[in-house]
Ligand binder design. Structure first.
Ligand code: F6R
Length: 241
């Protein structure tokens, strides 16, 4: 794992954007794995600005998002579908047909998991996966204890994850209890992974990631076994390392 230390959130976002833009510009077509949450919002802002100023085109880009809440429709302002359209897709020239987000309202969720996994495979796999990290080491919504062999599956969110995400809802009660997420093995199949982390709240997680053994108790630890992972983190997040 390569670590790039930057001074703050803005620099983390800029550095990550340079990397993504470089890839998008160098490949005629590529598949990007995307995350939601607070961490990549700045990155998406930088991509939008670059698209407007420098004309980087996303016509040859396919995207696959990591996860979606179960029970939230595409129209729900807290769905990751809405997040992606508000924070990125509606501001760049990507074709909606090329964007993929698992459905949290599919009638048969097991079938939806298989469909999503197959679509990623048919697209030839993910060239570059963007990740954030949860305080408990989750990547995607793979909570501690998730099998490293898992493909896309349904998860029960832990109380700490629901509490961390309650800031987007009007109450903790409203935060869904389940989500559909790419599995650890889906994420590990990506050819390259960029993990972003900013701020004090990520200090413990990054320390554990660097120091703990590889274990399903701390899902992100598996990244140590991936051949091409870059962590872009700011000084605050790296303080304990
Ligand atoms: C989001 C996701 C999660 C987040 C993680 C950190 O699609 O898969 O793993 O990356 O919960 O969230 P933030 O960035 O809000 O601290």
């Amino acid at each position: 794992m390569r670590i790039i230390e930057v001074s703050d959130y803005k620099q983390m976002s800029e550095k990550a954007a340079q990397h993504v833009i470089g890839k998008v510009r160098s490949l005629d077509c590529m598949t990007l794995g995307l995350a939601t949450g607070g961490t990549p919002q700045g990155l998406y802002g930088e991509l939008i600005e670059d698209h407007h100023v420098n004309g980087t085109s996303y016509k040859g880009v396919k995207t696959f998002n990591l996860d979606e809440y179960i029970g939230l429709s595409k129209k729900d302002p807290n769905s990751y579908f809405q997040y992606m359209y508000t924070n990125l897709f509606s501001h760049i020239d990507i074709s909606p047909d090329n964007t993929h987000i698992p459905s949290g309202t599919a009638a048969d969720l097991g079938e939806e998991c298989d469909r999503y996994e197959n679509m990623m495979e048919e697209a030839g796999g993910i060239d570059l996966q963007i990740l954030g990290i949860g305080a408990n080491g989750h990547i995607g919504f793979n909570e501690p204890g998730t099998s490293f062999q898992s493909g896309t599956h349904i998860v029960e969110l832990t109380p700490s994850t629901r509490e961390a995400n309650a800031r987007y809802f009007s109450s903790l009660e409203e935060v869904p209890r389940k989500a559909i997420t790419m599995g650890i093995s889906s994420i590990m199949k990506s050819r390259e992974i960029l993990l972003l982390a900013s701020g004090k709240s990520k200090q413990e997680a990054l320390k554990k990631l660097m120091e703990n053994e590889v274990s399903e108790h701390f899902p992100a630890s598996i990244l140590k076994e991936h051949p091409n992972v870059t962590i872009i983190a700011d000084t605050d997040a790296l303080k304990l390392i």
